[in-house]
Design a binder for this molecule. Sequence first.
Ligand SMILES: [Mg+2]
Length: 298
Amino acid sequence: MAEAAGGTAGPDHGGPASSRRGAPARRATPTGFFRGYIFDLDGTVYLGDALLPAAGETLATLRARGLRTIFVSNNPTHPREHYAAKLTRLGVPTPVEDVITSTQVMVDFLDRRMPGARLFVLGEEPLCTALRAAGYTLTEQPSEVDAVIASFDRTFVYRKLQIAFDAIRAGARFFATNPDPYCPVPGGGEPDCAAVIAAVEACTGARVEAVVGKPSRHMIEATLGLLGLPARECLMTGDRLETDVMMGLEAGLSTALPLTGATTASDLADSAIQPTYVLRDLGDLLPPSPVAGPVAGD
Ligand SMILES: [Mg+2]
């Protein structure tokens, strides 16, 4: 079994904040190992199509110690096989079962609350395929729709909005996969699920009842369930304060923010959301030891 979770001797372990709003960020790093490690992907493990510094070595070291590594993404436009294959191609061999996207969380959410529901999906084909594979019927007949599912949808058109409008006015429930306003892409961004939610809310007056991706409890509960570990024995690592770090903090996990993605040291200093640890890169997750020291840096 792994060592006791993360650095019980360290003053920074377990606290929700390592600095206060407006104060310079204090760069604390773990002094021990956790039993479970949950990683965001883009901006945390890789950026675009390349691993970030120290990511491959750190993941290999954690796994060699028998510690669990799970990857979470809010992006419902790719099946989780896509992410497992990408990690594997980049040198981090990863089984499909170790990836959770907002699509899997939506299936789990519906299975618990509305098994067998008939759905109208404002989303792309991978989400539709996953919902059908889980046994759900998709329909474009508003009177048949039990729940409208809003998502990141680059195939969004007025006809879909009309169906969602009619279905919700006829009593359908309204859920969404993720709360992201846009998805960063090289050179800019693409309008994401929040824009689709806003369109439906604006015309119906309804408010989305649940958004299951990060930072929701649905996402972290599904992830901890997969790990089979209590929150206090896991570390959530991700580059976004409002999603990755917020989700971990609210669920009682220690959190780590790598300064390799969306959040700069200046952003961090100005935020009320403060992670337990701040990392130059994932190499800082490894406590100093003769066999597993952090990579050279600053
Ligand atoms: Mg990210």
